[in-house]
Design a protein around this ligand. Structure first.
Ligand code: ZN
Length: 391
């Protein structure tokens, strides 16, 4: 009997710890502003209506992770997939998302306005939204911007790693500034931002260089989004945002959604990666390369690369440090979730796929965050920015 009571006490205390957080996570609206499953998985022929054993996302796992709203990244590299160009690539990718939605009407609803987002959440469907990653997809043409908006685009990052003729990227501004004909937004770039405001497309400043970032903030009349960026002061890499940028986003009423990529979260991981990509990597590749062909070398190298980096993977606590940093600097209205799942090669230990979002809620709770703050961070802040932008 005594043992039974002890067990019962233990059971209820464990339940007591776990349940409120789970309940809170389920009740909160969870919004993830960046997922690359379309370009990394769907276009490769994978079917996310089935539970997959590879990759990080599919419908079943989204449900388990308690996700309500997903911005799907429409991304194409600096060399287009189609001969016809970037705009064609973007349209093809939007086609693939529409097909998924048509095939899964009970699980997913595509939304283009705030009312539809709320309706989809009420119906307990995954609300899908279109985010275009890279201004190169409008091919310097406002008509193509309009056209993508008509197809449902509700955010666009002004650049990806590559600059456009009208906006410079974080990569180029930091790594090749001398090769740029101009830095920041051009007059046409400002037109793009104003047109996005008119159309109800959120200006996404992830990937943009600092000059473009501040030019865009001076131009936009609406709150901005950083759909997948982390904090420079914790991990000083080119893609992350500095304190003054965080303060500027807060002043604008925007939101910064934390990217889960290990290399943007943890400076030791980033340093090790730099070493591997630099002289250490060259030395090792040279020593393997003498005995094998190029394909085999790539295979061996990829394995070596991930094995070497494995011990440097950060914890979930490190991920939450980035959220915490923004909250302590400017308050709880400006942080969100922008995982970059299916677009990154390494995530924190335990954060392996979309089923793991509840661990963030648990960690925030453990740190003493109120339910109200947690709800803002999980999705409330992005919902506010959507409402302020969408038509
Ligand atoms: Zn990206």
């Amino acid at each position: 009997m005594k043992n039974f009571l002890l067990l019962a006490t233990l059971f209820f205390s464990v339940q007591g710890m776990a349940q409120p957080t789970t309940k809170l996570h389920r009740r909160a609206v969870l919004v993830d502003t960046h997922n690359d499953v379309l370009s990394s998985s769907v276009l490769e022929g994978k079917d996310i209506s089935q539970r997959l054993t590879t990759g990080q996302s599919d419908f079943e796992r989204w449900k388990e992770g308690g996700l309500d709203v997903q911005f799907f990244s429409i991304w194409t590299d600096r060399t287009p997939r189609n001969k016809a160009g970037f705009f064609k690539d973007a349209n093809q990718e939007i086609d693939s998302l529409e097909i998924i939605a048509l095939r899964n009407p009970s699980r997913m609803a595509l939304a283009t306005n705030y009312k539809q987002v709320r309706k989809g959440i009420r119906q307990k469907k995954l609300v899908g939204l279109i985010g275009v990653e890279g201004g190169h997809m409008i091919e310097d043409d406002l008509k193509k911007l309009d056209s993508l908006q008509r197809r449902g685009m509700r955010y666009m990052t002004l650049t990806w790693n590559n600059s456009t003729s009208w906006a410079t990227s974080a990569m180029d501004e930091t790594q090749h500034p001398d090769s740029l004909p101009q830095i920041g937004l051009t007059e046409f770039g400002k037109k793009v931002v104003r047109r996005m405001n008119e159309l109800g497309v959120i200006v996404d400043l992830s990937h943009t260089g600092e000059r473009t970032f501040y030019d865009a903030l001076a131009t936009t009349s609406r709150p901005v989004l950083l759909s997948h960026s982390s904090v420079w002061n914790i991990c000083p890499v080119f893609r992350n945002v500095k304190d003054d940028q965080i303060k500027a986003v807060a002043k604008n009423g925007g939101v910064i959604c934390i990217n889960f990529y290990s290399g943007f979260l943890d400076s030791n991981f980033a340093k090790k990666m730099d070493q591997l990509e630099g002289t250490e990597g060259k030395r090792i590749k040279d020593s393997i390369g003498q005995n094998v062909d190029a394909a085999k070398l790539n295979e061996i190298w990829a394995k070596y690369f991930s094995t070497e980096l494995e011990p440097y993977r950060p914890s979930i606590s490190k991920l939450v440090d980035h959220i915490d940093y923004i909250v302590k600097l400017v308050g709880d209205d400006y942080a969100g979730i922008g995982s970059d799942f299916d677009g990154v090669s390494s995530v924190p230990v335990g954060m392996d796929d979309v089923t793991k979002y509840p661990l963030i809620t648990e960690e925030l709770k453990r740190r003493g965050y109120s339910n109200k703050s947690i709800k803002k961070i999980l999705g409330g802040n992005v919902m506010r920015v959507m409402k302020a932008n969408f038509k």
